[in-house]
Design a binder for this molecule. Sequence first.
Ligand SMILES: [Zn+2]
Ligand SMILES: [Zn+2]
Length: 638
Amino acid sequence: MVHITFPDGNIKAFESPPTGHDIACSISEGFARNCVALQKNGDLLDLNARVEEDAAVRLVTTRDPEALHILRHSAAHVMAQAILHLYKDAHLTIGPAVDDGFYYDIDMEPISEEEFPKIEAEIKKAVKAKEPFKRAAVSKAEALEFYKNEPYKLEMIRDLPDGTISFYRHGDFTDLCRGPHVPHTGFIKAVKLMKVSGAYWRGDQSNAQLQRIYGTAFFDKKDLVAYLQFLEEARKRNHRKIGTALDLFSFHDEAPGMPFFHANGMVIWNELLEYWREEHRTAGYVETKTPITLNRSLWERSGHWENYRENMYTSVIDDTDVAIKPMNCPGGMLVYTSRHHSYRDLPIRQAEVGLVHRHELSGVLNGLFRVRAFHQDDAHIFMTPEQIQSEILSLLSLEDRMYSTFGLGYHLELSTRPDKSIGTDEQWKMATDGLRSALDAYGRDYKINEGDGAFYGPKIDLHIKDALGRTWQCGTIQLDMSLPERFDLYYVDKDNEKHRPIMLHRTVFGSIERFLGILIEHFAGKFPLWMAPVQVILLPINDDLVAYTDEIGRTLQGAGLRCEVDSRAESLNKKIREAQLRYIPLILTIGNKEKASGTLSVRTLDGTVKQGISHDVFMNTVTAAIRERRLDLGLFQE
Ligand SMILES: [Zn+2]
Ligand SMILES: [Zn+2]
């Protein structure tokens, strides 16, 4: 008898060792049809793998998160098969599943996307045939013999430890593979090749250049359609495109990876930071500013010279090695040590929105998302052990409040002690329990990433979710047991003895540049009123109304609004259209009727037009929306 324990704790006995498929069928035939793999004691296996002895088993269905990964890797096999059918000189290397799909690196003549339909048609033949994926265990010698004409596979097999190697076969195609795979090719209901790019074998430029062909696959055609729509929406929201269209920022070869912010971009930047300062003042922070170039001795003390030097910009000044800071922390430690602290001073919440530089490879630079120079909203909180929980709790509510101002949801992840770490068991327990108990008291769900903390302490990461449902890690709360030691930080406690403070680093936005990029895409360039570079534009409908319109414009400017008057001799429709393309939230058209009645006609970007609005109502509504940093425009919107 074999006893199978299900995730809900139920146990079922089988007369003889069952396969995953047998187990699924014992539940129902319908359920079995949607099963793609088997998880046995934590390991993912093919659905037709046999469970030889008692085990904890979970059946992976098409709805489970791992299922898509398995499907896409299976699709990579089918694509490779199609390519071998169509391109006789192609040699396969590796073909993994990745976040949004899969790719296969293939040594072949460069191909273009125009050839994709032909390859997709060949893939569909295999899908239609519902070829089962069959696993075969072979010896290393057999594997070497099988691949004797395939140089890349040979190299991979030689690198494998001695012992059996698994092959996967479907139809006339065989691949060296660990598995698992979906039961048969028919599961690949929707597949699409996405792009092709060059890649080097093993990522090494001195090796052969390969064709990396990307594709994606889904269990359902509807999911592919939704994914393609998502990509189209993301393309429209691309922050580099919007950044150029709205004249927010630019990049130049004279400083690769270092953004140049234009006048419009600086308005948003300053609003963002003003908001940040307001929230931090309220939360009891002080702000500091430290130099961006610091001596080697400091970086040796902080450990950066030894561990992070290849990412730092260095120079020699007056015969001394210096480095441009890649983070604000060491400077922040010097501020703390510049005077004595008593327990009465704690907690000290010391923030710095500092400009940092990190040398990223040019290939990974990506608009504002991945840059070489950026501002980090780091802060260091120095506290006693008793203060950990309350400090983390107030930090979590600060982050929550700030993200909700932008309409961003988020989730929390706690990362615990990694294998390589400094500090004692006792220190780690105190630090991790502190974070955990704060999270529990906070009351929101959080995910635990065991062993994923920094070497110097556990951390909480906040992953925000944008309007397209994409997640971005921005906020982080990291306890640090290293820097207080390295910088010999202390405070004098009630007992008149020196004690090490507990120190944490934290960010809300993370990189301001990256956060701005996320906001541009989240809002699709249509910033809320308080952030908009131009908040109101006034359009007189004829020349006689220009003087009157200018007068209103001056009043609005006097009230602190960013306001423009467009008195060009262009048609009203053209001016409205242009204002809409600049995403100006409020468009006021001034005609004779408005002048005679002393009212305003207000048009918003959603196309709503409200007429007969009194100047007072307009001003009160607009100033309240700005003061409260609202996402909506109240009564001006449907
Ligand atoms: Zn495979
Ligand atoms: Zn820091």
